[in-house]
Design a protein around this ligand. Sequence first.
Ligand code: IPD
Ligand code: CA
Ligand code: CA
Ligand code: CA
Length: 263
Amino acid sequence: MINSALMNVMTAAAFKAGRGLKRDFGEVENLQVSVKGPGDFVTIADKKSEKTLFEELAKARPGYGFVLEEGGVVEGSDKSHIWHIDPLDGTTNFLHGLPIFAISIGLERDGQIVAGLVYNPATDDIFVAERGAGAYYNNRRIRVAARRDMAEGLIATGIPPLANAKIHPKFKAELSSVMTRAGGVRRLGAASIDLAFVAAGRFDGYWERGLKSWDMAAGLLLIREAGGYVSDADGGQNMLKTGGVCGGNEFIHRQLLDLLKKA
Ligand code: IPD
Ligand code: CA
Ligand code: CA
Ligand code: CA
């Protein structure tokens, strides 16, 4: 595990917010739900988790800024540090009683992600990374998978809700191209977990478009610190801006990017 003051702060905040999510997951049928957009839901559990994370992190690191999925941007007095926080990644899974959801916390320092944490309170799985210190899953060091051929690999993706018009046309072509070449394709429904699973070598590769910084900040660092490659879906390094992500080991990342380019 990473035993730094920063990671202790991040894990303490995640465990506290996670206790609330666990309780709410146990009685999800009674939760208050509102609709943000087509196929896009938010519950009182998302909001409570975000409030806890915000309060704990602001207390431990005063002045840092925030990009919060539900609360938006909170400017800090310290302009070099920004937390990117998804208080409940995988809300749709949560609402359907599927134990595949996570808290995702990424810390950006002067434009670089320097710490990341993905915690699933339903399974008590935690993935953490700090820049230069490696990536860990429940205390064990992790590495991306070694498979070099996509035909033997398991590739994950995200499917936009209700065929989101901006993402859908290109995505359909990409999916059909990857489907014909990959050993298997999965859609778990929580981008932060998809990225963490690439870091842990469970998935060989992953791509998605239309993500936000809070979905991916932590996961991008996990993959890099696990020895993997990540870019946006066009091969650039503007993931936080373009919302596209493509990741895997050196070989699968390259093969996946080629397929996306040709699709
Ligand atoms: C969503 C999940 C999903 C991804 C969507 C995200 P949310 O996050 O990560 O896997 O495909 O693009 O918006 O709304 O459940 O936090
Ligand atoms: Ca959401
Ligand atoms: Ca999310
Ligand atoms: Ca969320």
